[in-house]
Design a protein around this ligand. Structure first.
Ligand SMILES: [Fe+2]
Length: 144
């Protein structure tokens, strides 16, 4: 199970809510996988995921621009890569029937979850924190 830690927070409530939601979705997936198997678990995980992720990423990028975040362009490319993988997973899922072989899909999902959580949420997203704080008139020690 993935656990949200306060050290992972940016401080901007909407962005943090969306990031916590991704972690919750992955935890829900793991529970559903154990209880109902890969077809149901993947179906629940992928339903609406692209749309809500696309909306959340768009909102995050807008806030980044407002905060003059210098890595917006690079960050946008990471978002686009995640969205592309979500879309591909959904397409592959839609082509499989309930008795198909889910092993490759589960492997891809594990890779995506790792990239999304470990590389993106924990590292890339968090870079916004000092810029968001500065934008709101809060300065961190050693930074003025
Ligand atoms: Fe992000």
């Amino acid at each position: 199970m993935l656990i949200w830690r306060d050290a992972m927070a940016i401080g901007q409530p909407e962005i943090d809510r969306a990031r916590k939601h991704v972690i919750g979705r992955i935890n829900d997936f793991e529970r559903a996988l154990g209880a109902h198997g890969p077809h149901t678990a993947l179906g629940l995980f992928l339903t609406g995921l692209y749309e809500e992720t696309s909306t959340a990423f768009g909102r995050e990028e807008k806030i980044q621009r407002e905060c003059s975040f210098p890595f917006t362009e690079m960050h946008h490319r990471e978002h686009a890569a995640i969205l592309e993988k979500v879309e591909l997973l959904k397409e592959q899922y839609d082509e499989l029937d309930a008795r198909g072989n889910f092993t490759p899909l589960l492997r891809e999902l594990a890779g995506l979850a790792k990239e999304w959580i470990t590389a993106h949420i924990v590292q890339s997203d968090l870079k916004l924190r000092p810029y968001w704080l500065n934008h709101n008139g809060i300065y961190l020690r050693g930074q003025h």
